[in-house]
Design a protein around this ligand. Structure first.
Ligand SMILES: C[S@@+](CC[C@H](N)C(=O)[O-])C[C@H]1O[C@@H](n2cnc3c(N)ncnc32)[C@H](O)[C@@H]1O
Length: 319
């Protein structure tokens, strides 16, 4: 099924990479991404997408009326429908376009507030995309922002960002992901709620207790967290997503400076996954040296501005 996704413009590079990791390569124009395949269930996992449409067809605007009249609308529209325009075409109204569809239905009914089928016409550079509205992001992660979790930490990942990291790893439902620096569980919570099995480790017992409280509070299934030093792990997981410690918490690992810690952590991470890993670091001036000395070749690198004085650097590693 081909979809058109309306991506969040908070971080378009992250939004695109997240969607493509789950749904395959797409074509981007403005903040719209068209992808050739995928299941609605997978589309619904996206964090940085506002909504999704099934693409009914696309055509030059000059052929619009002919193409609309040729479409089998009775197999698309269930009961009631409405038409919305995104962008416009000179001299064409939503009501006129709706009347073309109306004429093709055996018992047409319009409902402008709560239609069973919403048809959007997206106009972009003399081209029209005819879209069936399929999904609106309910943004449920808002209920899991750090101060709404019983186990709090000031350095925990925001749930929208954490969800995108899990998706960016490409982990499918039922596959296994590790966060070797799991803190209070920001990433593993989002993994579990998306149907990905997850294992978290943290060297700080208090973090593990808080992570367990958070997992219980949000009734997350298929996730385990335990006390452990990431550098002592000798298991391999299919996927990995982690937000590396910085400052005081990185000193728990015996490194005196952040550059040494990042190199050591990336070298360890290379051996912890078999498919794809997503690693978040602070954007520090020495990042190129860190990546060279850790002997890794990121498949993708994305910047993420947290606030005016903090930008994170996301790298994706593949085997
Ligand atoms: C940036 S925080 C992780 C935040 C996490 N994503 C969350 O949502 O809470 C980094 C965590 O790494 C942990 N840590 C530091 N050194 C570690 C090590 N060697 N092994 C495991 N965890 C470690 C710290 O205790 C801290 O909780």
């Amino acid at each position: 099924m081909a979809y058109l996704l309306v991506l969040s413009q908070d971080n378009l590079a992250l939004a695109r990479a997240e969607a493509e990791a789950l749904l395959g390569p797409g074509k981007l124009f403005a903040n719209y991404l068209t992808v050739g395949s995928g299941e609605t269930r997978t589309v619904k996992r996206l964090a940085y997408a506002h909504r999704a449409y099934k693409i009914l067809f696309d055509c030059p605007v000059s052929d619009l009326k002919k193409s609309v009249l040729a479409h089998p609308w009775d197999s698309v529209i269930k009961k009631t429908f409405c038409v919305r325009f995104i962008g416009d075409v000179k001299g064409l109204s939503e009501a006129q376009a709706a009347s073309w569809i109306w004429d093709k239905l055996p018992s047409p009914a319009v409902d402008l507030t709560n239609p069973s089928s919403r048809i959007d016409f997206l106009f972009h550079e003399k081209h029209a995309y005819l879209l069936l509205h399929t999904w609106e992001n309910p943004k449920r992660y808002v209920s899991r922002v750090p101060h709404k979790r019983p186990g709090f930490s000031p350095v925990t990942s925001h749930p929208k960002f954490a969800k995108a990291l899990v998706n960016l790893s490409g982990a499918q439902r039922g596959s296994v992901l590790v966060d070797p620096f799991c803190g209070v569980g920001g990433i593993v919570i989002e993994a579990g709620l998306s149907g990905v099995k997850a294992q978290g480790y943290d060297v700080d017992q208090q973090m593990i207790e808080k992570a367990n409280r958070n997992l219980d509070y949000f009734s997350v299934r298929g996730v385990r967290v335990e006390l452990g030093n990431a550098f002592d792990l000798d298991k391999e997981f299919e996927y990995l997503a982690t937000d590396l410690p910085f400052g005081r918490s990185s000193r728990l690992s015996g490194a005196n400076d952040i550059v040494t810690f990042y190199i050591k952590a990336l070298k360890k991470i290379r051996n912890l996954f078999s498919k794809r890993a997503v690693v978040v670091m602070h954007r520090i001036p020495e990042l190129d040296r860190v990546i060279a000395e850790a002997k890794i070749k990121p498949a993708l690198e994305i910047e993420h501005v947290m606030h005016h004085s903090l930008t994170k650097h996301i790298i994706v590693l593949e085997k």
